[in-house]
Structure formats: C-alpha cells, structure tokens
Design a protein around this ligand. Structure first.
Ligand code: A2P
Length: 353
C-alpha cells in the first residue's frame, strides 16, 4: 500500500484523481490532497472520508512520507515542487508539459508504450502526455501496427475543461449571459479564452510559436513521436469549442500500405480501452456526451479516402479529464506498481532501517 499525494487536488483534474483512485481501488494507504495556500482546509471526499487540503510546500512530501505524487497544478508548480517530492523518495507522475520532452523522463500512455516506464529511475519522474495526444495515440497505435502510418493530419475540437475549472466556468457564465441577453458585458470580463467561447469556435490553444503553429499543436507533433518511437509527420490544427468536457478529433492517416476499413475497425475494437461506435446509418458515432465520465477512446466515422487507397479518415472522442489526464496517470501508476512497486517499497524499508 502506498502514501499518495495529489498536487492540485482542488482542480478539475485533481477532483477526477480522487474519484478514479477510489473507483479503481488503487492501493492507497494514506491520501494527502495538496493545493495552494488559498485552499488550505478545503474538504475533499475520499472513500467515504473527509480530508482537509494541505498547503503544497517542499517539505510536505517528507513530512507525509509520500510514495507516489500525482502533479496537476501547472508547469511552474511542477518545476518547483516535483524535485522536492523526488528528493523525499517519492515517484512523481506529472500531468503538466514541463518535463515531457526531457530525454531522461519517460512520456507514457500505458496502452502504447508501457515498456518506457522502466526509465522512471533516471529522474524519479514519469510524464503524462498532453490530453489531445493521449487519445490520438491510443487510436493510432493499432492502425500504425497494421498499416504503417507515415503522416497524420488532425483537427481537434477541444472542450473548455482543458483550461481547468476556470475555463468551464467562463463558458457557463457566457451561456447564462446569452440567456439573459447580457452577453456583451460577460465577454468584456472574459479571463481564460482570447475570445467569446459561447456560440463560437477559437482556432487558438496555448500561445503561438514560430511558423504560425500553436504550442498545443507542437505538443501533439513532438509527444506523438516520443511516445510511439516514430518519425510520423503530424499536422494538427487545435481548436477550442464550446463543449464542457471531452475532446474530439478528426484524423486522417497516410499509410505505407493500402488501408482496409473492416480491418481498421477490427484492430481498433480489439485494442485496449478503445470502443468502436460506427453505424452512421443509425446515427451512431462518437460524441462528447457519450465519452464524458468514461475511460475509453471512442472511434467512429471510419472511412477510406475517395482518391488515395492508402489514406484512412476517422473521428475520435475521449473524456480528456479522465483518459487525457487523471486516468492515464493512474494507469501509469498501476503499471509502475506491477513492474517496480515491490522493489520500491523494499528499498524504502531498507533505507529507513
Ligand atoms: P487552488 O485551488 O488552491 O488554486 P484547474 O486546472 O482546475 O485550474 O486547477 C488547478 C489546481 O492547481 C488547483 O488545485 C489549484 O489550487 C492548484 N494550484 C494552482 N497554483 C498552485 C500553486 N502555486 N501551489 C499549489 N497548488 C496550485
């Protein structure tokens, strides 16, 4: 059993962590919810118990004898405090972008590259990829093994929950203002998104970098190839849409081999944590309202290109607070326990003697 800390326990992903650790019966000896000073004393529920949020400090990991620390409080918080957790003898599973491209830190989606977990020892940290990347690589992996993907063109439809609780509140407030015919005032007050998000779509997530690509788009390019150990050309367009929760992606893959729709459906349906919903004639296809609150990547609208027999198109949807964040991190921890847990606990016991 493990002492587990959740850094950012009051946030949108933090709350999912609490639910998922409980649902999956994760071997928690003690759970320590951490957040900023503002949240000290806030109560959270875990396994029927009420726990009080503590302040994140460098010392708290040692004081609480933490074994596993899940970080989800932003890149600068991870940069400052993840080393403290490692120093105190914990493994860190980090949900921010801060460590993802460090060559000594594995970037893991357990369905795709579980073998990389063994490199956790190099720095004591495993990085959890970007939400859009996670759901994309889970659907790419079986297709890559089958057809050999050379290039991916993807347009995302990303929910406001990707911007945390504040993003969700901003959409809801603007929608309330629309119903009260007072939208102009609310739009003036916007904080999270660069434009009105209610009744709009914004082709802009994270800041713009060289060449007109956004940082979110470049994360998808770089992280996909790090996870898949590949050299796939990836061209994303990341778009924020007024959906509360669950990201969608329209994906086109360009393959070495000719694609086959039935075979694509079969390999996807047989892949871990993927569900194929693909009966367009019955209006059955993946949508955010289907994916929300579940741990699957839903794939549908699978079709062969009309002009190029080596190109396949499909649509995927997943709950990015779960599959794209908390569930992926917990799955990493479960695999890590399977592979390294006993040795780790033994090492800790020996260290204390
Ligand atoms: P707090 O509620 O105390 O601000 P979200 O992604 O939904 O916005 O949540 C962000 C999470 O990260 C919250 O739990 C928030 O805690 C936490 N957080 C943000 N900044 C800090 C910080 N400087 N130190 C500790 N926790 C932080």
């Amino acid at each position: 059993m493990y002492n587990v800390a959740i850094v950012g326990a009051t946030g949108a992903v933090g709350e999912e962590f609490l639910r998922i650790l409980e649902e999956r019966n994760f071997p928690v000896k003690k759970l320590v919810p951490l957040a900023s000073k503002r949240s000290v004393g806030v109560e959270v529920e875990f396994r029927g118990e009420t726990l009080k949020v503590k302040e994140l400090t460098c010392d708290v990991f040692k004081e609480e004898d933490i074994d596993i620390a899940f970080f989800s409080a932003g890149g600068s918080v991870s940069a400052k405090f993840a080393p403290c957790a490692v120093e105190a003898g914990a493994i860190v599973i980090d949900n921010t972008s801060h460590f993802r491209m460090d060559p000594d830190i594995p970037l893991v989606v357990p369905e795709v590259n579980p073998e990389d977990i063994k490199d956790w020892k190099k720095k004591g940290i495993i990085a959890n990829p970007n939400c859009s990347t996670i759901q994309m690589v889970i659907s790419l992996k079986p297709l890559h093994d089958e057809f050999g993907i050379k290039r991916v063109d993807v347009a995302t439809y990303q929910a406001v929950s990707g911007a945390g609780k504040k993003g969700m509140e901003e959409l809801l407030e603007q929608m309330r203002a629309i119903f009260n015919f007072k939208l102009d005032k609310k739009v003036e007050e916007r904080e999270v998104f660069p434009w009105q998000i209610a009744l709009n779509v914004i082709p802009h997530i994270d800041r713009f970098m060289e060449g007109g690509w956004s940082r979110e788009e470049l994360k998808m390019v770089n992280e996909t190839n790090k996870i898949m150990h590949s050299n796939i050309e990836v061209a994303p367009t990341c778009v924020r849409v007024p959906v509360l929760r669950s990201h969608s992606e329209a994906i086109s893959i360009y393959c070495e081999k000719e694609v086959d729709v039935d075979r694509a459906r079969e390999v996807l349906a047989n892949f871990e944590d993927v569900k194929v919903i693909d009966n367009p004639e019955k209006n059955e296809y993946p949508m955010p309202i289907i994916a929300t609150d579940t741990d699957y990547v839903y794939v549908g609208r699978i079709r062969k290109d009309l002009f190029n027999p080596k190109v396949l198109h499909f649509f995927n949807v997943a709950d990015q607070l779960r599959v794209g964040a908390a569930t992926n991190a917990v799955r990493i921890a479960e695999k890590w326990i399977e592979m390294e847990g006993e040795k780790f606990l033994q090492g800790k016991r020996n260290g204390k003697k």
